[in-house]
Design a protein around this ligand. Structure first.
Ligand SMILES: Cc1cc2nc3c(=O)[nH]c(=O)nc-3n(C[C@H](O)[C@H](O)[C@H](O)COP(=O)(O)OP(=O)(O)OC[C@H]3O[C@@H](n4cnc5c(N)ncnc54)[C@H](O)[C@@H]3O)c2cc1C
Length: 409
């Protein structure tokens, strides 16, 4: 029998993240939903705590900062249960799940845990990891001229002596105003197509970098979403992530690799929101006298209980797919297919479950008496950013059918 119980070490860090979600996030969840763009000062206390824990060797809370943490100390139990080893990706994933259960907007605002951190962890050299290991990095790919088609980057990076000079506009950058650094995708030679797209670490105080404005959104209002301008923005030569060589054969596999780490994390955020909605719904149904039984076939139960069981099965599937993708990343196994599968399933499940929970809870679900309506709004972004539902399905199809991006669009 497969035992999917979490190993002791991971359980401890997930419990810690759950405690943060319960004691810090949930009490301020509505406050920052109503106060869009206001900085959640409570997160500073948390950041100090995280720093303390990181220094003492304990896993980080929050968790977008995936990475290469070596889990050589992982106990034998862990090895038996989940395979070879669990490292930074698995621990980041569980922490992202737990904190998103608390509030996904706040989770995306945790200092020093941006999506750019996961990108740095995925492709930085050891020297860069030393320099950028402790920064707060957001991720800037999207531009006014494209979203899904990340090969269409028009921002340019030109080498001038010991500096790269960046020019372009980046939109919808999560934590784009608050982060200390931004990982920017730019082309070093537009005539060479996608192979010339590289990622660059741009410090907040780099000359030529500015925030043009912040977006108003449907959900995740606690998270700032910025438009960034790069106007002759100068950064040191060695802030380019990975190799500066343009390898036309390899395409832009280098930068795309970051998605293999970040997509399972976003999947975990959706799983966290789905779990929150399921728990709330279970309580509401129980109060209403609806019994959810695991011994009776769903079709012989109350219609709401049958729906609940269907959603719970989707939630479990999404959870397990995201664990698999993170485990593969930790064990250096190519996981693009599995990362996209997890993101597609979890993104869909997050919105399906949270909106169905609103529906089944009726007026209570639609009102602000619970957080159900907020989770319904928050969850949608998790099916959009880091690649939409349709894009994940496209990637899965390409991988399974062995088609290139030119053959299957
Ligand atoms: C709140 C928020 C935060 C964000 N944070 C970040 C961030 O931190 N960094 C960043 O770089 N970007 C970020 N984004 C941008 C996000 O990644 C893009 O919005 C997303 O990739 C989709 O791009 P688009 O909006 O241009 O939609 P489009 O690419 O224009 O797509 C529109 C629709 O067409 C579908 N579609 C597109 N191509 C295909 C195809 N080939 N086959 C089938 N269907 C297709 C899409 O799935 C979608 O439904 C954020 C966006 C939001 C709203």
């Amino acid at each position: 029998m497969i035992n999917l119980e979490l190993p002791k070490k991971l359980r401890a860090s997930a419990n810690q993240a759950h405690q943060v979600a319960t004691e810090i996030f949930r009490p301020i969840s509505r406050k920052y939903d109503l106060a869009e763009h206001e900085y959640p000062v409570e997160l500073d206390t948390m950041a100090a705590m995280v720093e303390g824990l990181a220094d003492s060797g304990t896993q980080k809370i929050g968790g977008a900062a995936g990475g290469r943490e070596d889990d050589s100390e992982s106990d034998a139990h862990a090895t038996e249960l989940l395979g070879n080893s669990n490292g930074g990706n698995m621990s980041a994933l569980l922490n992202a799940l737990e904190t998103s259960w608390g509030d996904v907007g706040l989770m995306l605002s945790i200092p020093y845990q941006g999506l750019g951190n996961a990108a740095i962890a995925a492709v930085a050299t050891d020297e860069q990891l030393k320099r950028f290991g402790k920064v707060w990095a957001s991720m800037a790919i999207t531009e006014p001229s494209f979203g899904s088609d990340s090969a269409a980057v028009t921002t340019t990076a030109v080498l001038d002596g010991d500096e790269w000079v960046l020019n372009g506009e980046k939109i919808f950058v999560t934590a784009g105003q608050r982060s200390t650094h931004i990982v920017v995708w730019a082309s070093v030679d537009r005539s060479l197509g996608r192979a010339a797209i590289k990622s660059f670490v741009v410090p907040r105080d780099a000359p030529g970098l500015s925030v043009a404005r912040l977006e108003h959104k449907l959900g995740i209002k606690a998270s700032d979403t910025a438009v960034l301008l790069l106007q002759d923005c100068r950064i040191p030569k060695d802030n380019i992530l990975g190799s500066p060589e343009v390898n036309v054969e390899k395409g832009f596999a280098g930068v795309m690799q970051t998605f293999d780490n970040t997509r399972p994390l976003v999947a975990a955020m959706a799983v966290g929101v789905a779990r929150a909605a399921l728990e709330e719904l279970r309580a509401i149904l129980t109060d209403a006298g609806v019994e959810i039984s695991y011994d009776i076939p769903p079709n012989n139960q109350h219609a709401a209980a049958a729906e609940f069981l269907r959603m719970e099965a989707d939630y479990e599937a999404a959870y397990l797919l995201s664990l698999r993708a993170a485990w593969m990343a930790d064990n250096k196994k190519p996981n693009s297919l599995e990362a996209s599968m997890s993101k597609a399933k979890a993104g869909r499940t997050g919105t399906d479950v949270s909106l169905k929970a609103v529906e089944l809870a009726g007026a209570i679900g639609y009102s602000q008496r619970t957080l159900l309506e907020k989770w319904g709004r928050d969850s949608k972004i998790l099916d959009i950013f880091e690649g939409t539902q349709q894009i994940q399905q496209l990637i899965v199809a390409r991988r399974i059918l062995g088609k290139t991006s030119a053959e299957l669009k």
